[in-house]
Design a protein around this ligand. Sequence first.
Ligand code: SIN
Length: 343
Amino acid sequence: MSCALPSTALCAEPLKPNVFIAATGGTIAGTQANVEQHGYTAGQLGVQSLIAAVPQLNDIATVTGEQIMNIPSQDMNDAAWLKLARRLEELERLPGMDGIVVTHGTDTMEETSFFVALTVDTPKPIVFTGAMRPATAISADGPMNLYNAVAVAGSVAARSCGVIVAFNDQIHSARYVYKTNTTRSDAFQSVDRGPIGTVDTGHVDIFNACAGSALLKPKVSIDNIHELPKVEIIYAYAGMGRDLIDAVAQSGAKGLVVAGVGDGNITSEALAGLRDARARGMVVVRSTRVASGFTIRNAEVNDDAEGFVASLEFKPSKARILLQVALLKTSSPSEIQQYFNSW
Ligand code: SIN
């Protein structure tokens, strides 16, 4: 294994994989004033503290790290995604680099990991992980999650799986995974597909074949992209009017994702608002507020006639990212539908 990595220490034991930890903050780097405290502050510890807390990492990989940012993930935004994705592109190209772990807050991990999956072109594992309990908690989950994520990033089995979330002993595709619990340590599920594997104290088992699947689709380049198109999400409910839709249409947004009821439905009044928004050139994506299941094209709403896009398996958080990325290439609803179909 050649060695052109930033730290000379990386080359010391060539039989171990070289894994880079790109730290962005979150609860895994969070601290409490005392262990009895329910509340805590995310994004307090630096990457070297995270690495030092798990000396066993040295048994399974040659690890080095970098602090990309140190924020709670609710503060992630387009600029942070572009910065992270560009740095990951640089890191994955380093000769001798076998895999990358991104430590990240759990609140928006399903979004950042999917953005990276859509934009960073690499067969090497990029593995997101984090924690539900801060680093100072009794039985903090961050150290084992980090250990397992490093094992996945360094494993041959995970190559060709694209961008991954390794959390609570499960391995998920960034394409499929959602945060489904507010506080528990089993916070992530791939609701419609299931996990692609497990990782038990560093033992990696990928049981859902990745190679040749949509997980390694051609990427949308972010070269020369400095901001993403503005896309909003609106949550539908019984009795919904059109005021919020009209406000989005007048805000300069390029796209709107509706978290519809059931199979992406919305009241007649709100539907009239969506038609007007579409007539102004805004791309409308129908998704669902329901936790599982697909939003089917032309089933209960005639998307062909309305000029809408059906989000299929993508729930609103991921549908928004996919629409932002697709809008970098086209504003045609039929072409954008192809992105949803093929991703
Ligand atoms: C965050 O997303 O940064 C806070 C919550 C967490 O990491 O679990």
